[in-house]
Design a protein. Structure first.
Length: 52
């Protein structure tokens, strides 16, 4: 029974895909956070220029 589980790789593949998805998700969150901060600064600058 243990030998059968050690030969079964479908669980390992699912875990690998899960890790890849988690890394992609973290990269997307990091990029969105970076661009959101830059966009906020840009819009604040534009709003200040328009108000003056």
């Amino acid at each position: 029974m243990i030998a059968r589980f050690s030969r079964n790789e479908s669980g390992a593949t699912a875990i690998e895909y899960g890790l890849i998805c988690a890394l992609i998700f973290l990269a997307i969150v990091g990029a969105v956070t970076l661009f959101a901060n830059n966009s906020t600064d840009m819009f604040n600058t534009v709003a200040t220029e328009i108000a003056s």
